[in-house]
Design a binder for this molecule. Structure first.
Ligand SMILES: Nc1nc2c(c(=O)[nH]1)N[C@H]1C(S)=C(S)[C@@H](COP(=O)(O)OP(=O)(O)OC[C@H]3O[C@@H](n4cnc5c(=O)[nH]c(N)nc54)[C@H](O)[C@@H]3O)O[C@H]1N2
Ligand SMILES: Nc1nc2c(c(=O)[nH]1)N[C@H]1C(S)=C(S)[C@@H](COP(=O)(O)OP(=O)(O)OC[C@H]3O[C@@H](n4cnc5c(=O)[nH]c(N)nc54)[C@H](O)[C@@H]3O)O[C@H]1N2
Ligand code: SF4
Ligand SMILES: [Mo]
Length: 762
């Protein structure tokens, strides 16, 4: 039951962009339900969305600005940021500073960050965690369509006769879309589902066909279909496709799939005009990510299966506002409003519109390169906003080292205990979901409102406000004089119509005159919304206006070898979100898969038993994980989740081991393909410790912290002698009560419970 008034807002997790109805039931508690009127979910929510109410507590929030760990006033913190950035630029030039931002920012925050950096700091060194996520899709779209355009909409899921999931574990990562898909198949039982993924995922459960391809070979697979089905065989793209994939046998061998399965897929695609291909990180996060995207688009364009009801290539966005970040151009190689660095007049247009004194004139550094430049001290000041690169970047140990050695690290964050926050000199508390207010754009180009329904936590402020305050202190008060997110939205919407007249499909100038009240009440709205002229749901009907791009197949940069014979694949689990800052609070969400693990095909186990510890080694690092023997793994490749951090399980951090090879066009790192080896890790002892207080994950050699309804469970193991460790651990816990201990050296079992005033202390 909701206590009125309830607020309609949007889920802060994935790019499906579900509408949520929230009603505060106390200072930090809220009832959460799906919004029946929202076109993304029509009232549905997944496990993460429905547990949102359990993640709103103030535990762990960053509540006050800090400099070097000491609490300071906002004025002092903002002055310090402005002064340090100004001094660094004065001494070393504008390219010695950078921002690293996030697809979890609202469009208004994102717009502010991009304007501040490119127009005023005078550098294009602003990149986003979207580099690790969407940049290959962006690059592929631009090559095929001339602009970063997603041609399809969610309704196509209900209209398609053949749905293909490529490198997308939709059942876990875009669950409401998967539910929509299953419901559509129930309504129209003939609809086929094909999954293309090296491992058998939860998304395969409802599939008619699973192609467990050899990791990294998607281009060859789609090239084969293109070569077989393209009407015009003379184009350069078709020639390139036929070179890698001339026939069924060669392609099946190269991709490591059964000939019968591949020919089944070919036959279904050939026979089905309404074919829809959803793709995600198995495509983008690859050293051939951009070519994978274009190989998929090529097939749809060459066969006319695009821009029509139920047909098209469809890039699923990861974060809630991955799309919004692209709209405002907040990646180092983009400009605001889908304008382009190399188009005559575009940079000047923005310079004039912003009244920008220091407009950057060329693209800046992409994430991997940007952190390397911090490492070698080319970049001396960085401002991180709403992301956790110390965990989520590949070769994460060197990213941490880079930050540790950097003169000035500023972070705007919602949480106090977070691996990157630990490394920052200046910490700025940001509003979180439920408090902040603005817009986000989902995978199908629908702009929705996120609305606040809770008071700010402590002294937290909106991300756009923090940026505008620093800009004002650096001398640009006039250009950053916004009083509300509505004002920023109008400025952004107006920009998209500048010198446009249909030249750029991204145009929302029709929303530029929304009053504050209109903005407050704005319903989900799909772009484009030009001030004048036609708006359309789908683009490039039957492929008209789209280009075929040659995509010669190539192997990943680093391939398995004698030292590192297995391929490490990484990704997500159903109930955790990235670095667990929110989902890690909810016992319900931690119950599904409570510890970091490595999925291994039984043939590759080499002495590692189910449920035991396994050590993984790569060139750049190692991890110790719980082994799960899974016949659904493709032999030769192992899978680890990306989520565990220093806060939750230091030895479970996988990104120390993940290589930072990048796609040459998009700069997106190859997060799904690192050569590794595995071996058993045999601790002297293992056990668990339940405690009301969280004791910290560096308690012992291996520790994973798991929230439960009554206490924190510390799953622990070590190689020191059990007896001494047992006593050490017991004495770590400050206690006025008495220990009841039970030790049986013969069986090696040790138990202890703390009793205080006759009550068991957990
Ligand atoms: N539960 C949950 N949901 C999320 C998120 C989360 O953290 N947790 N994060 C959100 C974000 S930001 C993103 S980007 C999306 C990501 O959503 P997805 O891309 O669906 O998720 P991943 O698990 O990263 O990877 C997808 C699949 O790619 C496969 N894969 C690996 N290599 C290859 C290959 O060479 N070819 C092919 N075809 N497949 C391959 C992997 O086996 C994996 O199953 O999820 C969003 N939704
Ligand atoms: N190995 C491997 N690594 C990966 C991936 C993979 O598949 N495999 N996937 C990559 C992808 S696709 C992604 S998207 C990234 C995600 O990686 P990150 O972006 O690093 O992960 P998050 O935990 O989502 O970090 C978001 C942070 O923002 C904070 N926050 C939340 N809301 C706000 C706000 O409104 N304002 C501010 N200032 N802070 C806020 C949260 O507390 C949290 O600390 O990881 C990438 N890394
Ligand atoms: S599908 Fe995505 S947007 Fe929808 S409730 Fe789940 S996490 Fe939130
Ligand atoms: Mo992502």
């Amino acid at each position: 039951m909701f206590i009125e008034p309830s607020i309609r807002t949007t889920c802060p997790y994935c790019g499906v962009g579900c509408g949520v109805v929230a009603a505060p039931t106390g200072p930090v508690t809220s009832a959460i339900a799906g919004d029946k009127a929202h076109p993304a979910n029509f009232g549905r929510l997944c496990s993460k969305g429905s547990a949102l109410g359990e993640t709103l507590s103030l535990d762990g929030r960053l509540l006050h600005p800090e400099i070097n760990g000491a609490r300071v006033s906002w004025n002092a913190a903002l002055d310090e940021v402005a002064q340090r950035f100004a001094a660094t630029i004065a001494e070393h030039g504008p390219d010695s500073v950078a921002l690293y931002v996030s697809g979890q920012l609202l469009t208004e925050d994102y717009y502010a960050a991009n304007k501040f950096t490119k127009g005023f700091l005078g550098t294009a060194n602003i990149d986003s965690n979207s580099r690790l996520c969407m940049s290959s899709a962006v690059a592929g779209h631009k090559r095929a369509f001339g602009e970063d355009i997603v041609p399809a909409v969610y309704e196509d899921l209900e209209l398609a006769d053949l749905v293909i999931l490529v490198g997308s574990n939709t059942a876990w990562c875009h669950p409401v879309l998967y539910q929509r898909l299953l419901a559509a198949r129930e309504a129209r039982p003939g609809t086929k589902l094909v999954v293309i993924d090296p491992r058998r995922t939860a998304s395969c459960e409802g599939a008619d066909l699973h192609l467990p391809l050899r990791p990294g070979t998607d281009v060859a697979l789609f090239n084969f279909l293109l070569g077989q089905l393209a009407k015009d065989q003379s184009s350069e793209a078709v020639q390139a496709a036929r070179a890698s994939s001339p026939d069924l046998a060669t392609t099946a061998q190269l991709c490591g799939v059964a000939e019968t399965d591949l020919s089944q897929f070919l036959a279904w695609f050939a026979a089905t005009p309404r074919a829809l291909t959803l793709f995600s990180q198995g495509v983008n996060q690859s050293s051939a990510g951009t070519d994978k995207v274009n190989a998929i688009i090529n097939l749809h364009v060459a066969t006319g299966r695009i821009g029509l009801p139920g047909a098209g290539p469809f890039s699923l966005t990861g974060q809630p506002n991955a799309m919004g970040g692209r709209e405002v151009g907040a990646l180092s190689n983009l400009l605001a409003g889908h304008l382009e660095w190399d188009q005559p007049g575009h940079v000047d247009l923005i310079r004039a519109y912003w009244d920008a004194p220091n407009m950057a004139s060329a693209p800046g550094r992409k994430a991997v390169d940007l952190f390397r430049a911090i490492g070698n001290k080319t970049i001396k000041a960085v401002w991180i906003i709403a992301t956790n690169p110390a965990i989520s970047m590949p070769e994460a140990a060197s990213v941490r080292e880079a930050l540790r050695g950097c003169e000035t690290v500023v972070i705007s964050e919602a949480m106090r205990e977070q691996d990157s926050v630990d490394l920052a000199h200046i910490r700025l508390p940001a509003l979180a979901w439920g408090e902040k207010d603005g817009t986000v754009t989902n995978s199908e180009r629908v702009i929705s409102r996120q609305r606040g329904f809770l008071p700010p936590a402590g002294e937290a402020r909106a991300d756009w406000w923090i940026i505008a305050q620093v800009a004002a202190r650096m001398g640009w008060a006039r250009q950053f004089a916004w009083k509300s997110s509505a004002e920023i939205f109008r400025e952004h919407a107006t920009l998209t119509g500048l010198a446009n007249n249909g030249r750029r499909l991204f145009d929302i100038s029709g929303l530029a005159h929304k009053t504050d009240a209109d903005y407050a009440a704005m319903e989900p709205t799909r772009w484009p919304v030009p001030a004048s002229g036609e708006s359309t749901a789908r683009f490039f009907p039957a492929g008209i206006g789209a280009k075929l791009v040659p995509t010669p197949f190539r192997e990943p940069v680093r391939t398995p070898n004698a030292d590192f014979p297995l391929v490490l694949n990484t990704g997500r689990i159903r109930d955790q979100w990235h670095t667990m800052t929110r989902t890690g609070k909810a016992p319900r969400l931690s119950a599904h898969l409570p510890e970091p693990f490595l999925s291994i095909h039984p043939n590759d186990a080499a002495g590692v038993a189910e449920g035991s510890f396994v050590r993984l080694d790569a060139i750049t690092g190692h991890a110790i994980l719980r082994a799960r023997l899974d016949p659904g793994q493709r032999p030769g490749s192992v899978f680890a989740p990306m989520h565990w951090t220093r806060q939750f399980c230091p030895e479970g951090r996988i990104n120390q081991s993940v290589n930072a090879e990048v796609d040459p066009i998009s700069g997106q790192p190859e997060l799904k393909h690192t050569p590794v080896r595995i071996s058993p890790w045999a601790p002297e002892w293992h056990g668990f410790l339940l405690s009301r207080a969280r004791l910290g994950a560096d308690l012992v050699e291996w520790c994973a912290i798991i929230p439960t309804a009554v206490a924190w469970r510390h799953e622990i193991a070590g190689t020191e002698p059990a007896e001494t460790e047992f006593v050490r651990l017991r004495d770590l816990i400050p206690h006025p009560g008495a220990w009841i201990t039970l030790s049986d050296p013969a069986s090696g079992l040790h138990r202890a419970a703390l009793v205080q005033d006759g009550v068991l202390q957990r």
